[in-house]
Every structure is written in C-alpha cells, then in structure tokens.
Design a protein. Structure first.
Length: 53
C-alpha cells in the first residue's frame, strides 16, 4: 500500500513539473512574440516620422 502511495506522489510531482514547465515556456514564447511585434511597430512608426520630416 505504501509503495503505491509513493508511486502516486512521484507521478503527481512529475505531472506538476511538466505542467509548470509548459506554462513557463508558453508565457515566455508569448512575451517574446509580443515584444517582437511591438518593436517592429515602433520601428515602422519611427520610419514614418523620419519620412515626414
């Protein structure tokens, strides 16, 4: 009985590790994509401002 409980705890810990790691990877990718998109928009805006001067 105790052996099965330990296996269950190990499985739950592994599942939580995979879930948290996946969440961090997802949030990092979304942040990177948004930062890249905002930087590109800022560069386009600066280019337009330079062309109007």
């Amino acid at each position: 009985m105790e052996f099965n409980f330990v296996n269950l705890l190990i499985f739950v810990a592994f599942a939580m590790l995979v879930t948290v790691t996946g969440g961090v990877a997802y949030l990092t990718a979304i942040d990177w994509r948004d930062r890249r998109r905002l930087d590109e928009a800022k560069r386009k805006r600066n280019r337009c401002l330079l062309l109007t001067i």
